[in-house]
Structures are given as structure tokens and as C-alpha cells.
Design a protein around this ligand. Structure first.
Ligand code: ZN
Length: 331
């Protein structure tokens, strides 16, 4: 089990700051001096970035995300209604670093029109985080390291404070409150991944979305496909991975909610044909969160789900209902 002292620390961090969003000090939200009397509209490409904007903007903005659960951002082509939605936004956030590979043109047009638009992934790099490389590009999957994502929260708060200076204090107070939750999440992830027996700290998944998670929490990571799901996994590469699974006697591999699972199933079958039983440890949220309105449909819930499932399937020690269950038990 998670040591009692750490559990208490995690729970305390999570509960820090004023309750729920929209708290915080500063002038009344509705005094309207030089501030915006009405809410403005934020549009983000992916759910993880929309989630930051929701937590930071509080009651001052409506926040929409273009891609919902199960959508692969590497392959997503913007529709006509996405273009309309971006046109109607007051502020736009996207990840950048080629995550939204097929949206580049549309996002460029938004920028050319002079609308405030911010690439959160690039801003994380500018805040001193060491971006990982793969092929000719930087690895865009920054949300997989909670410490990197905290820099993203700070970048979004800075951007919104710049866009709507009258409520800057509130955005920064919301930022601090959300960051304390993410610090608890980071401590939890470190603890449960660290509880996996060392020889089994290997994550084999459908595509290379987890390199930052591996670097941050001490997991060796192997993806069947490359950084983008656009590259096809070669048969030879699959065979090499099967031999790797057998040599390391790994108990589990993982599918992803936004990537087809046929390659992962080929690994399981290939290992079985050679006499090694490996099971599917669960479905991870790699490039999209869970359904809106569910716990996994939040960034905290997404990462909690991932690290809890990984730890349990690889022989580590994680509470049955993850960080969420831990928080409920302590309250
Ligand atoms: Zn990806």
C-alpha cells in the first residue's frame, strides 16, 4: 500500500487552496471596470489543453475542445464546423510540435487573422523543459509528464492574464490551486510506478506517446508505432518486440483508447505462439482523455487511470481505485 505519510501529503496537496474553481481573491468578477463584462470563448484543439483552460479561466470563459474522446490528433482533419468554431473563438490554444499535424494550415489562418493563439507544447519548451526528440521532430506528448504539464498550466495562465488583464489575479490564483492538485498527482504517479519490480518497469504500447512519462517516472518505453500514428508498424519491428517481451518475461502490454489495437493483439498472439503468455494490461488514454463528464474525462483522471493501470498490470502496488479512491477514502 501507499505509505500513510505520503497518502496524507497527496491528499493535503490536493485539497489546498480555495475550493472548486472560480474562487480566489481580487476584485469582483462582475465589476466590469476595464474587464470583460461577459464571458469569452476559448477553443482548444485537444481535451487535455481545454482542461487546463477550464481550470484557469474559471467562470470567465466557456471552453470547448475540437477533438473529443477516442480521437487521434495526429490524423485528425479539421471539418468545416471546426473552422467556424475557431472563427468564433476569442482565444485559441493548441499543442503544436506537430501534434495536430493536419490542422497546421487552419491554425496558421487563425494566427494570420490576428486572433490570440498559443501553442502550449511550444511554450512548455520555452519555459525550460527539455523537449525529447524523435526523428526530425520534437516529441509532442508533454501531458504524460505532470511536471511538464504544470509548466503548461503556468503558460495558459500567463496567456489568459495577457488577454484579459482585469482578471489576471484570479487566473493566477486558479493556476496555483490547480498546480497543487497536479503536484499531488505527480507524487502519486512517482509512488505507484516506483512500486513496480525493477525488471518489469517496461511499458509496451501501441505508439510512442509515453516517452516523457517513462523519463519522468522511471519506465522503459517501447511503442509499436513511432511518435505519430501515421507511420505503419513493420512486421519485423513487431517480431523484435515479441522477442523482447519473451526475453524480459513481461506480463502485460497495453492498448490505447485513440489507436487501433490490432498491432498490440499481434504481439499477444505472437508471444503466445512462442509459449510466453502476455496479457493486455488495460486501455491507456494516450492522446485523448475519456468521455466528457467522467473522471477519466479530466486530465487528472486520465493520468491517474494510466499510472494506476500500468502499476497494477506490471506487478506494482496501487490502490484499486487509484488516486481518486485514495482521496475519497481520506475525506
Ligand atoms: Zn501520439
Amino acid at each position: 500500500m501507499i505509505p500513510r505519510a505520503l497518502a496524507m501529503l497527496i491528499v493535503t496537496l490536493f485539497a489546498l487552496g480555495p475550493s472548486a474553481c472560480g474562487g480566489g481573491g481580487g476584485a469582483s468578477a462582475h465589476d466590469g471596470q476595464e474587464g470583460r463584462a461577459e464571458t469569452y470563448k476559448v477553443v482548444a484543439t485537444v481535451g487535455m489543453i481545454a482542461d487546463i483552460a477550464r481550470n484557469v479561466a474559471g467562470e470567465h470563459a466557456t471552453v470547448e475542445s475540437i477533438m473529443s474522446e477516442g480521437i487521434d490528433p495526429h490524423l485528425y482533419k479539421p471539418t468545416r464546423s471546426d473552422v467556424v468554431r475557431l472563427d468564433s473563438a476569442d482565444v485559441v490554444f493548441y499543442n503544436g510540435l506537430f501534434l495536430e499535424g493536419k490542422m497546421a494550415e487552419v491554425l496558421d489562418k487563425v494566427r494570420e487573422r490576428g486572433k490570440p493563439i498559443f501553442a502550449v507544447g511550444e511554450l512548455i519548451g520555452q519555459r525550460g523543459y527539455g523537449l525529447g526528440e524523435s526523428g526530425q521532430h520534437y516529441d509532442p506528448h508533454l501531458w504524460m509528464d505532470v511536471q511538464a504539464w504544470i509548466l503548461g498550466v503556468q503558460a495558459v495562465a500567463e496567456s489568459l492574464a495577457q488577454f484579459d488583464p482585469a482578471h489576471a489575479d484570479e487566473y493566477h490564483s486558479n493556476e496555483r490551486e490547480y498546480v497543487s492538485k497536479l503536484l499531488a498527482l505527480d507524487a502519486y504517479a512517482r509512488q505507484v510506478i516506483g512500486s513496480i519490480p525493477e525488471s518489469q518497469r517496461v511499458l509496451v504500447t501501441a505508439h510512442d506517446a509515453f516517452a516523457y512519462m517513462g523519463r519522468a517516472y522511471g519506465l522503459e518505453v517501447r511503442g509499436i508505432q513511432g511518435i505519430s500514428t501515421e507511420s505503419e508498424a513493420g512486421l519485423r519491428h513487431i517480431n523484435e518486440l515479441i522477442d523482447f517481451l519473451i526475453a524480459r518475461r513481461l506480463p502485460a502490454v497495453f492498448v490505447e483508447s485513440s489507436v487501433a489495437d490490432k498491432n498490440v493483439r499481434a504481439l499477444v498472439e505472437g508471444a503466445a505462439a512462442k509459449g510466453h503468455e502476455v496479457r493486455i494490461g488495460g486501455s491507456l488514454f494516450s492522446d485523448a482523455m475519456g468521455a466528457p463528464g467522467t473522471y477519466e474525462g479530466t486530465y487528472v483522471g486520465m493520468i491517474d487511470h494510466n499510472v494506476t493501470i500500468i502499476a497494477r498490470a506490471l506487478g506494482g502496488d496501487a490502490p484499486p481505485r487509484g488516486l481518486n479512491g485514495l482521496l475519497k477514502a481520506e475525506q
